[in-house]
Design a protein around this ligand. Structure first.
Ligand code: FES
Ligand SMILES: [Fe+2]
Length: 454
């Protein structure tokens, strides 16, 4: 029986949950049912490795950044005195107050606003006011329960993830072959490292979190949804004199969103275990950006010509590390998904500096984020209009199903990945195979996408 999101309906059972996802279609309730949203927060966001932040956000001892693992569990990313980076539960060990209530900052220690218990930056208990009252009570200040509790965490090339699960595989195994895009992002830096720069663009999307993820590699929409902005940009570019070089940087970014179906088909989609996937590789909408000569010289000095060519030729568009992080290695920005409610999520865009690259590279990244990702941009808000129309449209009782047949049965299974044409629904099928495995509490067995409904 399919769950019908009637408020009087009984709790959804695992068999009903499994029936919501078919190989080529899914039930609309996964976008609009509050009970399913709560289960997703527990079973997907409560098991998967969730992106917390980048080590460069907490460069010095005491630097901290706060966020949530899912819509409820607050955490602190912090660097301790020894230089180690921790993800700590943002919950006082005394009576449970949220300890840090600012987004970021620097602290020598964390002092609770309620009774003044104070903790070191590695989470250990430092001080209890008027401690004599505990003498002879059996209370042990050395008991680890009286520290801030650590969340299981790991980092890959400076990107810190955490999980509420004790049993999910290690981060490296979970990233699998999709880690090659992190490598490409960092290898694009002449010094082999990136760091956060230029602040964050953060805005609320009035839609279910999965609609944002499904759009990332949906290459059947840009030429439709973004048609008007591409047309306006092309009309404007046609008026530019040849010496208008700064406007030409903008001119490289917007028109590729109007590329043909054939171009997007050529870019290809690659799916991995755990719902990860990317589009592009051989080519993408970023493939024809001009190469800054100073940047090229710095790359060649670090890697030599042949390796530099290989690094820049691996041209992906969006990569999703399901469910929380999407990166654009070719333009050095990432977008982070923070669900709030069944029909609301926050999307954050962070920009990165390529260490050892000229400042023009960071300026291009910031320009891209403003033109494409910000709430005042000309492209992202087009997408948001589509997401909120889907959120409204799926209230209709006219049909229960959302479809994802495109290129079904044409995907090719390789050793650790599934590959398909760039306009395939392979990306969506990959995500929902992971969805089904996490929701069925089978996180140890998450396939690589493709046609199989194992
Ligand atoms: S709740 Fe934090 S000191 Fe009491
Ligand atoms: Fe779009």
């Amino acid at each position: 029986m399919i769950h019908t999101f009637d408020p009087t309906s009984p709790p959804i059972d695992d068999a009903a949950l499994a029936a919501l996802i078919q190989p080529t279609k899914l039930h609309r309730s996964v976008y609009i049912d509050e009970q399913i949203f709560e289960l997703e927060m527990a079973r997907i966001w409560g098991q998967a490795w969730i992106f917390i932040g980048h080590e460069s956000q907490v460069k010095n001892h005491g630097d901290f950044y706060t966020t949530h693992i899912n819509h409820r569990v607050p955490v602190i990313l912090v660097r301790d005195r020894s230089g180690a980076v921790h993800v700590l539960h943002n919950r006082c060990a005394h009576k449970g107050a949220k300890l840090v209530d600012t987004v970021d900052g620097n602290a020598r220690a964390f002092r609770c606003c309620y009774h003044g218990w104070t903790f070191n930056t590695d989470g250990t208990l430092l001080k209890i006011p008027n401690e004599a009252g505990y003498e002879g009570t059996g209370f042990d200040p050395k008991d680890p329960q009286n520290n801030l509790q650590k969340v299981r965490s790991a980092s890959y090339r400076g990107f810190v993830f955490a999980t509420l699960s004790d049993t999910i595989v290690e981060l490296n195994e979970w990233l699998g072959g999709a880690a090659e895009v992190f490598d490409n992002l960092c290898d694009r830096a002449p010094e082999g490292e990136v760091e956060v720069a230029g602040g964050v663009l953060r805005y609320q999307h009035d839609c279910n979190w999965k609609l944002f993820l499904e759009n990332l590699n949906d290459t059947m929409h840009p030429m439709v949804t973004h048609q008007s902005v591409v047309q306006a940009a092309e009309d404007y570019i046609a008026t530019l004199p040849p010496e208008a070089s700064s406007q030409r940087a903008e001119a490289e970014i917007i028109p590729p969103f109007g590329a043909s179906y054939e171009n997007f088909e050529d870019s290809g989609i690659t799916g991995f275990a755990y719902g990860h996937h990317y589009d592009g590789g051989k080519t993408s909408i970023h493939a024809n950006y001009s190469v800054n000569p100073d940047y090229w010289a710095a790359m060649v000095a670090s890697y030599g010509e042949q390796r530099s060519r290989e690094i820049l030729a691996f041209n992906t568009h969006n990569t999703l590390y399901y469910p929380s992080l999407t990166i654009k290695s070719a333009v050095q920005n990432i977008r982070v998904v923070r669900p709030i409610a069944v029909d609301k999520c926050i999307i954050e865009t962070w920009s990165f500096r390529l260490k050892g690259a000229p400042d023009e590279m960071l300026q291009r990244t910031l320009l891209y984020s403003r033109l494409i990702n910000s709430s005042a941009s000309m492209v992202g808000p087009d997408d948001l209009e589509a997401y909120s129309r889907i959120q409204d449209g799926l209230q209709s009782t006219g049909s229960d199903w959302v479809e994802m047949h495109r290129h079904y049965n044409r995907d090719k299974q390789l050793a650790d990945r599934t590959v398909g044409g760039g306009t395939s629904d392979l990306d969506m099928r990959t995500q929902y195979q992971a969805w089904q495995a996490y929701m069925g509490k089978l996180a140890h067995h998450i396939p690589t996408g493709g046609d199989s409904d194992e």
